[in-house]
Ligand binder design. Structure first.
Ligand code: CA
Length: 366
C-alpha cells in the first residue's frame, strides 16, 4: 500500500513528495493536486469521529477512501476500518464535519482510524477552550470563544462588565467572571440603564453607612485588598464589599448610588481613570462638578449640607471635614470650618451625610 502511495505522489506532483518525506512513517495521505483543491490528510490512529455520515463504501485501501472524500464537496474527514473485512476490503465512511467542530465526538476505537484534512485549526490556535472553525477553501479559521473570553484567538478574558456587555449585547444583568492577570473574580454585572445610563456597569464597592468598614480613615481606600468579595455577586442589597475592580478596572464614568429609606437613587460622574484606586489612594484632591443639588438628591433630599464651600470630588478635604467621594458644606462663607458633608467614606460616616442619613451605598464604573 505504501508503494502505491509513493508512486501516486511521484508521478503526480514531486512537491508533495517532499511533504510526504517530512511526515512520519508515511501515515499522512496526500491527494494529488486537482485544480485548487489541494489537501493533506492527517491520520488519527484508532479513533472514530461519531457524526452522521454522508456516504459509506468499501475500499481497497486508505487512499481510495480519502479520494472518495475529496471528490465529495461536503466531505471533510473519513472513518476507515483499521483492518480488512471478510471480503478483503476496508469500510470507509465519508463525514460532513471534522474533529475541530466536534471535538467531543472523536472517540477512541480499536477497529478504525480517522483521517481529517489538515486545516488551519491543526495547530490549535484558539485559546481557553475556544472552538476552531476552519475554512478549508481559503485556509483561514475562526475561533468561537467560550463564554467569558474574547479576542481573535479567545486569548482575552473579560476585564470589565463593559467587555461582557459588548460581547453579549444584552441588558440582562448577570454573573460574569472577570480576569485580572491570573486572578479571576466573579461579579454581578449590572447591564443597561438602572439609573446611570446604558452599558455594562462593573461593581466596585458596596458601603453600609451604619458600619465603620469604609470610614474615611479606613485602609481599604488606599490599599489593594478586597473585602467580602461575595458581596460583589449580589445586587443592590446590604452586603458590603470591596472588589479587585477597585484597583484593576479603568473607566470613564463612575456611578454613585445611595439607598435611603429603601429608595435607591443614582448619579453619574464623568471621570476618566485607570482605576478608582488611582483616583483616591494617593490622597490628592480631584474635583468633580455635579453641583450640590445632585449630591443632595442622591439622598432622600433631606440631607444636611450647609450652603457654602461646596467643595466636591475625590479626596475632598478641608481642615475639619474629609470625604473620599463627596461634597463638603460650611455655614461661613469659606471652606475652613466645614461642618457638613454628603458622600462616601466621610470622616465618621461611611456613607450618607453627617447628620442623620446613614445610606447603603454603591459604586460602579464603566
Ligand atoms: Ca463652620
Amino acid at each position: 500500500m505504501f508503494l502505491v502511495f509513493i508512486f501516486l505522489l511521484f508521478i503526480i506532483w514531486p512537491n508533495l513528495l517532499l511533504e510526504a518525506a517530512a511526515s512520519q512513517g508515511g501515515h499522512n495521505i496526500y491527494r494529488p493536486p486537482q485544480s485548487v483543491r489541494q489537501h493533506v490528510f492527517v491520520r488519527e490512529e484508532f479513533r472514530y469521529l461519531n457524526v452522521p455520515r454522508i456516504g459509506s463504501y468499501t475500499v481497497d485501501n486508505s487512499i481510495d477512501c480519502v479520494f472518495k472524500c475529496l471528490s465529495h464537496t461536503s466531505c471533510f474527514s473519513v472513518n476507515l476500518a483499521a483492518s480488512r473485512g471478510m471480503d478483503g476490503k476496508f469500510w470507509c465512511e465519508l463525514l460532513p464535519s471534522d474533529k475541530y467542530r466536534n471535538s467531543t465526538e472523536l472517540l477512541g476505537n480499536k477497529s478504525s482510524h480517522h483521517f481529517v484534512i489538515k486545516s488551519p485549526c491543526s495547530s490549535s490556535p484558539c485559546k481557553n477552550e475556544g472552538t476552531c472553525v476552519p475554512s478549508y477553501k481559503n485556509g483561514i479559521f475562526e475561533c468561537l470563544c467560550k463564554k467569558g473570553f474574547i479576542g481573535e484567538f479567545c486569548e482575552k478574558g473579560f476585564k470589565s462588565c463593559k467587555d461582557a456587555y459588548n460581547s453579549y449585547k444584552s441588558n440582562a444583568s448577570e454573573l460574569v467572571t472577570l480576569h485580572f492577570g491570573a486572578k479571576t473574580t466573579s461579579v454581578l454585572c449590572q447591564m443597561g440603564d438602572f439609573g446611570c445610563g446604558d452599558g455594562g456597569w462593573t461593581p466596585v464597592m458596596k458601603i453600609d453607612g451604619n458600619k465603620n468598614t469604609f470610614l474615611f480613615s479606613s485602609g481599604y481606600w488606599t490599599d489593594k485588598s478586597e473585602f467580602n468579595p461575595s458581596g460583589g455577586t449580589t445586587s443592590f442589597d446590604s452586603q458590603e464589599t470591596k472588589l479587585p475592580t477597585y484597583w484593576n478596572t479603568p473607566f470613564s464614568k463612575v456611578c454613585l448610588g445611595m439607598k435611603v429609606n429603601g429608595q435607591l437613587r443614582f448619579t453619574v460622574i464623568n471621570s476618566q481613570a485607570s482605576s478608582l484606586h488611582s483616583l483616591i489612594a494617593d490622597g490628592q484632591y480631584r474635583s468633580t462638578s455635579l453641583g450640590r443639588n445632585k449630591w443632595i438628591a442622591l439622598t432622600d433630599s433631606k440631607a444636611s449640607l450647609q450652603p457654602n464651600c461646596n467643595k466636591e470630588g475625590f479626596d475632598t478635604q478641608t481642615i475639619h471635614r474629609r470625604a473620599r467621594v463627596g461634597i463638603l458644606g460650611n455655614n461661613e462663607n469659606d471652606c475652613r470650618t466645614c461642618d457638613s458633608a454628603i458622600g462616601f467614606g466621610v470622616d465618621n460616616r461611611a456613607c450618607g451625610d453627617l447628620s442623620s442619613i446613614r445610606a447603603m451605598c454603591y459604586i460602579l464604573v464603566q
